[in-house]
Design a protein around this ligand. Structure first.
Ligand code: ADP
Length: 414
């Protein structure tokens, strides 16, 4: 999913950065999950406008897993290990070349709609959002805290998964429930994967050779988690995830849309505690729940062997996608492009083909030969006769976070 070349590890990192001036142009991107920390060190010497030009140079990347099990006791230990790995490559956190640390933060609520320089007050506000994202925000917060301890002088920038969706109009963000209750508990559509939707919608416009403000795009981010968004002229107007990342498309282990009464039914009839229903819908549903596998590659293999459960899981997944493409076509009125991204979107020929076949009435015609070609970068897979461009656009959330963080610290005096 990453078509930038990784500069070889220890060799000559300063030279590899393409920046000999010694200026602070590097950004460390941290994605602290519940049990892992992913990191990337990027050099943004080409400027923050690198997002669609793909110029951010990747200097190093890594993953520290199984936090809490064995040697990596907690997030602090994980971050120290990451810092040690970077130091071993001559890219230690003490480098004056580091301009900022960019943190992925899952939930920004209605408070954070832009990349934000972390202060004590900001950290306290992110803390207040924990009830909205109990599985994600605590780990993000720990990541910020530890990074601040390691380099107290360095700007820490929080980049929120929800931010790109802050422009969704009120009629799309509101659930049709009692307003006072909704407001008291912050219940509304926030949307997630915003960094990816933002990046991919702009990269799609670039692929079409047009300005983002001229292009209407349906972005289908299909990874383990999956979400769709409708982007009008670069501005997000609708997205499929809601209060939490559970709503919308069928995902690896999450159900996506269902009748909320299913929950009451399980509580009353099956005697399941709320926590167990939560786990069922988030961890044991989706493709996994339907057929026992959550990896689309495995599902493809099983389908080829005539496995009915795998076939049904695939069909449920694809049917949901088609519904969203149709719905978002209606929302946008004019669609210029449908863009597929993330693990499934970038790699599954079968999902793209099945999701968009038979949509000629909507002006969408996928070209089976182009669709089947394997290629690294952003590419068109629509037929020449298609009114709507169909694109495969590799996402790069880390580059987008780095670009946003770099742009923000560049704008901060001193
Ligand atoms: P995450 O949401 O964890 O970032 P990714 O975007 O990396 O996930 O997507 C992971 C998923 O992508 C895998 O679970 C798998 O289903 C799917 N995937 C990866 N490679 C392929 C492939 N070649 N064909 C079909 N599906 C793939």
């Amino acid at each position: 999913m990453n078509d930038r070349t990784e500069a070889s590890s220890a060799a000559a990192p300063e030279a590899a950065s393409g920046n000999a001036s010694g200026a602070a142009t590097r950004v460390l991107v941290l994605n602290s999950g519940s049990s892992s920390v992913k990191y990337q060190l990027l050099d943004m010497a080409g400027g923050a406008g690198t997002v669609t030009g793909g110029r951010g140079a990747l200097l190093a990347s890594g993953l520290v897993e199984r936090i809490g099990e064995g040697p990596v006791a907690d997030h602090a230990a994980a971050l120290r290990q990451a810092a040690g790995e970077l130091a071993d490559r001559g890219l230690g956190l003490d480098s004056p070349r580091l301009a900022a640390v960019g943190h992925r933060v899952v939930h920004g609520g209605t408070r954070f709609t832009e990349p934000t320089l972390v202060t004590d007050e900001v950290l306290a506000e992110i803390e207040k959002l924990v009830p909205l994202a109990p599985l994600h925000n605590p780990a993000n917060i720990t990541g910020i805290r530890v990074a601040r301890e390691l380099r107290p002088d360095l700007p820490q920038v929080a980049v929120f998964d929800t931010a790109f969706h802050a422009t969704i109009p009120e009629h799309a963000a509101r659930y049709a429930i009692d307003t006072a209750t909704a407001d008291a508990y912050g219940i509304r559509r926030y949307g997630f994967h915003g960094t990816s939707h933002s990046y991919v919608s702009r990269a799609t416009a670039a692929l079409l050779g047009r300005d983002p403000d001229q292009v209407n795009t349906i972005v289908l981010h299909l990874g383990n988690g999956a979400s769709a968004s409708a982007v009008r002229g670069g501005v997000c107007v609708e997205t499929s995830m809601g209060l939490t990342p559970l709503e919308g498309l069928v995902m690896g282990t999450r159900s996506g849309d269902l009748d909320p009464a299913v929950i009451f039914h399980l509580v009353r009839e099956a005697g399941m505690p709320a926590e167990e229903v939560d786990t069922l819908l988030n961890k044991r549903s989706g493709l996994l729940g339907l057929c026992g596998d959550n990896d689309m590659r495995e599902i493809g293999r099983r389908m080829a062997e005539g496995d009915d459960a795998a076939r049904l899981a695939f069909e449920v997944y694809v049917h949901r996608l088609r519904k969203y493409v149709g719905a978002y076509t209606a929302v946008l009125g004019r669609v210029d492009a449908v863009a597929f991204t993330a693990g499934v979107g970038e790699n599954s020929v079968a999902v793209r083909q099945a999701a968009l076949s038979g949509l000629t009435a909507l002006g969408i015609e996928i070209d089976p030969v182009r669709n089947a070609l394997r290629g690294g970068g952003a590419r068109l897979v629509s037929a020449d006769s298609s009114r709507v461009a169909v694109a495969v656009v590799p996402t790069d959330e880390e580059l987008e976070i780095a670009a946003q963080a770099y742009e923000l610290v560049g704008a901060v005096p001193g």
